[in-house]
Design a protein around this ligand. Sequence first.
Ligand SMILES: *Cc1c(COP(=O)(O)O)cnc(C)c1O
Length: 420
Amino acid sequence: MDGFRGTRRKFLAWGNSLLAAGGLASHPLRAADSHKMAEGEDYYDKLGVTKIINAAGTYTALTASTMPPSVQAAVARAAKHPVRLTELQKAAGEYIARLLHCEAALVTAGAASALTLGTAACVTMGKRSAIRNIPNDVTGLKTEVVVQKAHRYDYDHALANCGIRFVEVETLRDYESAFNDRTVMAHFFNAADGGQISREDWIRVAHSHGVPCFNDAAADVPPISNLWKYTQMGFDLVTFSGGKGIRGPQNAGLLLGRKDLIAAAVPNNSPNSDSVGRGMKVAKEQIVGMVAALDWFVSQTDAGMEAEFRRRADRIAAHLKGLPTLESSVVIPEVAANAVPHLLLRYDQQRMKISPTAVAAELRKGTPSIELNPATGKKPMAGLPSDENTIVVGVWMLEPGEELTVARRLREILGKAATA
Ligand SMILES: *Cc1c(COP(=O)(O)O)cnc(C)c1O
């Protein structure tokens, strides 16, 4: 009874506040309340979480990207109605497959999820018992995944979740002799900056043994055409992250490829409870957001995006003109990932007595808080020719106008450190 009375009291209070918001909207406080209801309260402020300027890039720990306004609006609209989840998954997949010129597609909870679901597809191929039993009982299943030694990476775990084991190869000869009746998949890391075996050879040899090839191209747009390049090249499965360059929801991604393999991935995915992917649920808002982000992304042009990123980099460089020994250059990384213009600022620390990593720390501490690219002050990484004297500004995830804030703060910090 107490519980009921409590609920009733809350209900009345809620009713009263609705009446107040509706009836007394001209009162300034009440108007603010109703605005909060319509626009949504700023929960970053409420939680005391710092909003940052992202001069780094699409880093997962920095929430990767922001959705363009059209995508945000589509997500908010999708939140207003329940639908049948499997109907939405199927319709979204078919739409994406048409848009990206591949046989089939599945919206996943990110590229890492797509790696798990794609591997699960190859391992289980529709076998109900296998779907239930992986990863801890793989009796009678093929479980060897062939990979170039230089393509072992931080996402191995996403595949290993399916109970597979990796078989490493280095030369084309190794590769040709790695196949046996336990081989289930050949895995390729598209942005690797090592490995002797080309994509074409990788596919050709695997297919000669009837083994499917997976290409992880998670961070590898732009160019936009990469979204269909690798499936058309012959990879049986390809993944892209939804929340990186495509600027969809951060917890969305794409599994693209062969119809039978995508169909085999589905029963391993949410909402199927006893499956490896049940914890990889993608909500209706994010499925819609992923589709809307692709609509937005394919409406862009590579040249238009590159010109905009160069304009931002040039604007920052122009603002820093005259700082002692400072030289700027605009560089596109030499690997397939994040292949967009980055601004590199190199200087002599005898003339500006602050290290690039100390500049990054100052920017992080300041207001607004700014994050520089993690290659700042480091040895070359991810295809960026950085060093201990170099600041790296990732301009592509900046919001319009933020490049000027970054430029002003850099000028302030470096200017103060300049010796007379
Ligand atoms: C980012 C990334 C992933 C993971 O992508 P999510 O969408 O965050 O799950 C997987 N592989 C590579 C190569 C990546 O760069």
